[in-house]
Every structure is written in structure tokens, then in C-alpha cells.
Write a protein that binds this ligand. Structure first.
Ligand SMILES: *Cc1c(COP(=O)(O)O)cnc(C)c1O
Length: 398
């Protein structure tokens, strides 16, 4: 049998076919070892943790991994490790999604939009997937009946103006099945925006064919969010996939997850967001990795995320900076470094990205309750009261 990874050089037509990539998904230690070196302990991790939480990786994504270095950020995202079995507090469904599912395929948390899960299959199963309760259990797309039920729910709820088609990875549906869903959603008058949540531009960029893009273009407005977590993932193939989508008029956003040993330092994150802008993908969210079972070794503190954001904001183009969010069962909560320091009389006291303080005369309007002093830091440091209006008080940049 030809080595899976030799195909890349010897038969690029096959390598570049998304169906071939899926048929040849890497699912065994033996196949993985054709490309990367694994210690006995790592093999044991794959066999045990991999039996607990499903794993599979496209040959394309494996080919981006470092063959010798186990700490490779791509390996950490996708290869099962023993540490997954050692998590005291993680929950199987930390967002209680099942409680927010009026029908199986729909998650309805916000007033004007829903997540519509059309499949539980992915080209590559991320080790920190918060839909572990659902994704990859049995490998099957949702049945026609469940999708019909989802569409009926959307049709029956006129407040829903934004439908987020997700999964699993929804782009594993054929173009024909996707088009059928889009046609039916577009027939619902109150559905204004359709967007996809898909990691294929990163893990299976071959899926973004000219035919797919030509089809999607007929159902605008379509938006798409993907997930790159490390600049190594931004390859010529990924750039081509994004370019095709953008040329079809689909705005692209990126939703990263903050992961220990993957992207939890300022330089790595700066390189990632700058690389995203070069391929015209807008950093949208940076997710706190929540208390999901099997992810203790990947979780960072919330402070770590705040620190990273405070080192991006102001130092890089505004649109390079994602919003750091914690997802909760009741919606996403923005987590922001503190820039509003408090009030002093009628003045509003703020901090710049470099730590300078600014006093802004705040035109309090009748009927508006002024904000109380906000932070302990503001209390402790008591802003100098003798600064003139609109001058910068000299303080140590923080
Ligand atoms: C994240 C999410 C959305 C989309 O939220 P935006 O903040 O608009 O991107 C919609 N529904 C559910 C259940 C979600 O988790």
C-alpha cells in the first residue's frame, strides 16, 4: 500500500480531494506513526484516551504537525493524551446545551439567533470540543427528519433572524444537501442572515472548492466563522480556501480557543492574529477553554487571556484583536481588561493601552445614574485630584 503521506507528492490530485482526505482519515497509532514519532507513553495515551473520546485527523492536518516534538501545538490540539483521563472538575456538557435544545438539532440561547447542528461528524476531532457529548459518538449526519424538525422550529419562531449552521462540521455535507438546507432557510422570510461555523478552512481546506463557493454565493447574506489556533495552521492551502470564500463575498471571522501550550502566550497570539489579517480573516472571538471533561491539561487561567488581550489592544490594528469571551449556558460573556478606572466627581477616569490615565469630562444627562467608582485599583490609587481636565496624569504605565 502506498504511504498516505507520499500521496502528497506523488498524487496531488488525490491529496487535494476532500473526499480522499476523509476516506484516509488517520485513526490508528500505526497510521499516525507513518508521519510522526511517538513514544510508548504517547501511544498508550492514544489507545486509552482515544478510546474514551473519539479521535480522527485528516492526513493534511497531520502533515502540518512536527514529526519529533510532542509539544507541537497542532499535536496538542488533536492527539489524545493520558492527561485527558485526569480531570477532576470537567463536565461532559459545560454549556448545558441539551437543556437549551427545543428540538435535537437546535440550540436556542439568544433571542434573535440559534445554532443549528446539522451533523456530529468532523474531519478532525479537537480534543477540547465542548460538544464532546454529541460530536463523533456514532458517525452520522443528522437524519433528514431531525433537520426538517430544526427548519420547522426556525420557521415557527419569527424572532430568529440569524441561523448559525454548525455541527460537528456542517461543511462535511455534500454541496447538494447544503443547498437544500439553504433553499429552505431562504424561504423563511424572517431569516436574514445565515452563517456557518466550520473548521474546514483549517483542518480540511480542500473542502472549499470553487463549486461550493459558487453555490453559497447564491444564498447571500452568508457569513462564515472558522477556527485557527496557531499560525502554523495558516498554510497556502488554508489561504486559498479563505480567498475563495472571500471572493464569493463571504465575510470570514476566526474563533480561537485559548489553549495551554498551544497559543497561551503573547507572541504566539500576535503572530496568529497578524497571520489571519494577511489572509483577510478577522479575529472575532478568543474563547476561554471552559471546564470541559478531559481538558485540565489544556485550560489556562482567565487572567492569562486578559493579559494576552491587554498586550494586543493598542499594539496591533484594532481589527486584529478578538473579543475574549467565556461561554456560559446563558450566553457568551465578554472578558475585558479594565480600561474604565472609575469616576472622580463628574469626570470619567480611563486608562490607555500603555497605562496612562485620562480624565474625561463626562456630560451626565438628566435621568442617567452615574456609574460608581468601579475598581478596587481605582479606590486604592485615588486618582490625583489636581490634574487639569483633559490632561494625562503621570502614572507608571502598567
Ligand atoms: C455562540 C452562539 C451563537 C452566536 O453568538 P454570536 O455572539 O452572535 O456569535 C448563537 N447561539 C448559540 C447557542 C451560541 O453558543
Amino acid at each position: 500500500m502506498t504511504d498516505i503521506f507520499e500521496i502528497k507528492n506523488t498524487d496531488p490530485a488525490r491529496w487535494n480531494s476532500w473526499k480522499w482526505q476523509l476516506q484516509r482519515q488517520i485513526t490508528t497509532v500505526e497510521d499516525l506513526e507513518r508521519y510522526i514519532r511517538l513514544s510508548e507513553r504517547e501511544k498508550q495515551g492514544i489507545r486509552t484516551a482515544g478510546a474514551q473520546y473519539r479521535w480522527a485527523i485528516t492526513p493534511y492536518y497531520v502533515s502540518l504537525m512536527h514529526p519529533d516534538y510532542p509539544g507541537c501545538p497542532l499535536r496538542r490540539q488533536q492527539i489524545p493524551v493520558l492527561e485527558e483521563l485526569d480531570d477532576a472538575i470537567g463536565l461532559p456538557d459545560p454549556l448545558f446545551e441539551r437543556e437549551h435544545s427545543p428540538v435535537d438539532a437546535i440550540v436556542h440561547v439568544y433571542p434573535d439567533r440559534v445554532a443549528f447542528k446539522i451533523t456530529n461528524v468532523c474531519p478532525t476531532y479537537c480534543r477540547y470540543c465542548f460538544r464532546e457529548y454529541f460530536v463523533g459518538n456514532a458517525e452520522e449526519h443528522h437524519t433528514r427528519a431531525k433537520i426538517d424538525e430544526g427548519i420547522a422550529y426556525i420557521r415557527a419562531h419569527p424572532a430568529i433572524r440569524d441561523v448559525l449552521i454548525t455541527g460537528g462540521d456542517p461543511l462535511l455535507f455534500s454541496d447538494e444537501r447544503l443547498e437544500d438546507i439553504l433553499t429552505r432557510l431562504r424561504a423563511i422570510e424572517h431569516v436574514e442572515v445565515v452563517r456557518f461555523g466550520t473548521r474546514t478552512p483549517c483542518t480540511l481546506p480542500q473542502r472549499i472548492t470553487p463549486e461550493l463557493c459558487a453555490m453559497l454565493e447564491r444564498y447571500h447574506p452568508i457569513w462564515l466563522n472558522t477556527q485557527f489556533n496557531h499560525a502554523t495552521e495558516i498554510t497556502p492551502e488554508a489561504a486559498l480556501a479563505c480567498d475563495r470564500l472571500l471572493r464569493a463575498g463571504i465575510p470570514l471571522g476566526n474563533q480561537s480557543v485559548l489553549l495551554k501550550g498551544v497559543n497561551d502566550d503573547v507572541e504566539t497570539m500576535k503572530t496568529l492574529v497578524k497571520s489571519l489579517l494577511k489572509i483577510r480573516v478577522r479575529p472575532y472571538y478568543l474563547f476561554q477553554c471552559q471546564a470541559l471533561q478531559g481538558t485540565a491539561h489544556l485550560r489556562t487561567s482567565i487572567e492569562k487571556g486578559l493579559e494576552i488581550i491587554s498586550q494586543l489592544r493598542g499594539y496591533l490594528s484594532g481589527f486584529a484583536v478578538p473579543l475574549f469571551v467565556l461561554d456560559t449556558p446563558y450566553g457568551k460573556v465578554p472578558l475585558q481588561p479594565q480600561y474604565v478606572m472609575g469616576r472622580d466627581g463628574d469626570d470619567f477616569l480611563v486608562r490607555t493601552y500603555r497605562g496612562e490615565l485620562w480624565r474625561e469630562r463626562n456630560p451626565i444627562e438628566p435621568g442617567v445614574r452615574p456609574m460608581a467608582l468601579l475598581t478596587q485599583e481605582a479606590e486604592d490609587r485615588r486618582f490625583p485630584v489636581d490634574v487639569n481636565h483633559n490632561t494625562i496624569a503621570c502614572m507608571e504605565p502598567v
